[in-house]
Design a protein around this ligand. Structure first.
Ligand code: 3PG
Length: 210
């Protein structure tokens, strides 16, 4: 059975959010993450290469769990599933996108930032969300506040997370993993500095103590 997304991502504790400009870049990035001991990546649909990169990584690096990010439309959900993405993420919550992911069996974490959005997600049958943009909207204090009224909700806080904050976030029972671009920022990928990315992945894994 495929474990729920919350459980799946909790194994990693941190999810690198990336934008790549080619399938080859996706592969080199994936190899760097594997060497760094962090076998998970969210490849965002912010570049035209996203689907091709997901397809290449899913086919050639099967030990890497590859998800699709920035799924803003039903068409991007279709493309992510067709490419072989294991999960999907979005910055916000649009019911047609949530429903498309559910119809195709794609484990999906839409973004929420408020109690009302969280309740809309719960009413759509979800219980795991990207909390975005986590730091600007309250970070740890928001997570603690949401735990009272919504004890069953799980989160992947993303947006402004720094490695120094990882342990505090992961100490919250509702937090399965943190997302962020600090491990593989676009500038490092574009510069081909995959060894720095490997080191950043390893450093984040060390902070989690996983
Ligand atoms: C995202 O969309 O997930 C964010 O761009 C990631 O946030 P960060 O760049 O602050 O880590």
């Amino acid at each position: 059975r495929t474990p729920p997304l919350r459980e799946l991502l909790a194994k990693f504790g941190v999810v690198p959010v990336v934008a790549v400009s080619s399938a080859d870049e996706g592969l080199r990035l994936g190899e760097a993450l594997l060497r760094g001991g962090l076998p998970v990546v969210e490849i965002t649909f912010r570049t035209d290469a996203a689907a091709a990169a997901i397809r290449a990584v899913a086919a050639e690096l099967p030990e890497l769990l590859v998800g699709a990010g920035t799924l803003l439309s039903e068409a991007s959900v279709d493309a992510a599933v067709d490419a072989g993405a294991a999960f999907g993420v979005a910055p916000g919550l649009r019911p047609p996108v949530v429903e498309r992911a559910a119809a195709l069996g794609l484990p999906f974490a839409p973004g929420i930032a408020t109690p009302s959005e969280l309740e809309r997600g719960l009413s759509l049958g979800l219980d795991f969300f990207k909390l975005f943009p986590a730091e600007p909207i309250g970070g740890l204090r928001l997570i603690d506040a949401l735990a009272g009224p919504y004890p069953s909700a799980g989160f992947m806080p993303t947006g402004g997370i720094r490695p120094e904050l990882l342990a505090d976030y992961l100490a919250r029972p509702s937090v399965a993993a943190c997302g962020g671009t600090w491990i593989a920022p676009t500038a490092l990928i574009a510069a081909g500095d995959f060894d720095e990315i490997r080191q950043r992945a390893a450093a984040s894994v060390a902070r989690i103590g996983a």
